[in-house]
Design a protein around this ligand. Sequence first.
Ligand SMILES: Cc1cc2nc3c(=O)[nH]c(=O)nc-3n(C[C@H](O)[C@H](O)[C@H](O)COP(=O)(O)O)c2cc1C
Length: 265
Amino acid sequence: MINKEFKEELCINCGSCAVNCPMGLIQMTDFPKMAEGSEMMCNQCGHCEAICPEGAIGSANSEKSEYTPINPQEMGLHMKFRRSIRKYGDKHVEKEKLEEIFDIVRYAPSAGNGQPVQWIVFNDPDKVNEIAEASMESMREISKTDSPLNDMIPLASFVEAWENGMGTILREAPCLVVAHAPKDNMLSVGDGMIALTHLDLALPSFGLGGCWVGLFNIICNEDSELRDILGISPENNMIYPFMVGYPKYQYHRIPERNQPDITWK
Ligand SMILES: Cc1cc2nc3c(=O)[nH]c(=O)nc-3n(C[C@H](O)[C@H](O)[C@H](O)COP(=O)(O)O)c2cc1C
């Protein structure tokens, strides 16, 4: 409610703003108002403004939007058909499309509405390839050491595959997205993974697809020079890299997955 115009003349005193405030900061007297001295605790989530049926909170131009949820069949198909894409077509990913997608992704939930996630986007296949080369170089160096990573991942085999012309690590993707966030936000890793999940889920609606890049993430965690190449500031942690592009192939079926392991109580 901070910095938001509050119009008593429109308020019908329904109390929905007070009941839904995550911090319980709105008191119902004659009209809802912020509890004395509680402004500092407001996390600016905007729920009071969004839930008010009369538009009594917020700026005059905040429009009422109608929304009917997607039906379960469509939602289920959308989520089950989403795939990790490992072969991309040559088509360039339009910057405007990415802007539109990030405009959706910015609505991902975050702890305390902290919204700490920042993005670096390499939307140039040559740059992505340079990054892949640098990570392979790093992998080659690590594969020659007695790093315990070699017991977990066959790094030497990945390097060999790369040398044989297989663009394994970043899959010759035309676009690489890196989520990062300030180190001093202890909750940002979860927030970043959630934001990336929203990105992953949004892409197919735009004809795009993507894939998390765990291997590249591991190598970046080992090699600070790689993080420098990505342009992540020393104050920030890399959260996860994610490839994006137009899928070269279409999936025709939904692969099987484990049944949910649920303990009902
Ligand atoms: C955190 C995370 C890291 C991943 N890292 C890689 C990776 O480095 N390379 C890759 O090809 N796929 C990677 N994947 C994709 C998984 O292999 C994929 O999600 C899984 O096989 C299921 O396939 P689906 O996403 O198409 O349902 C990763 C997925 C997640 C969630």
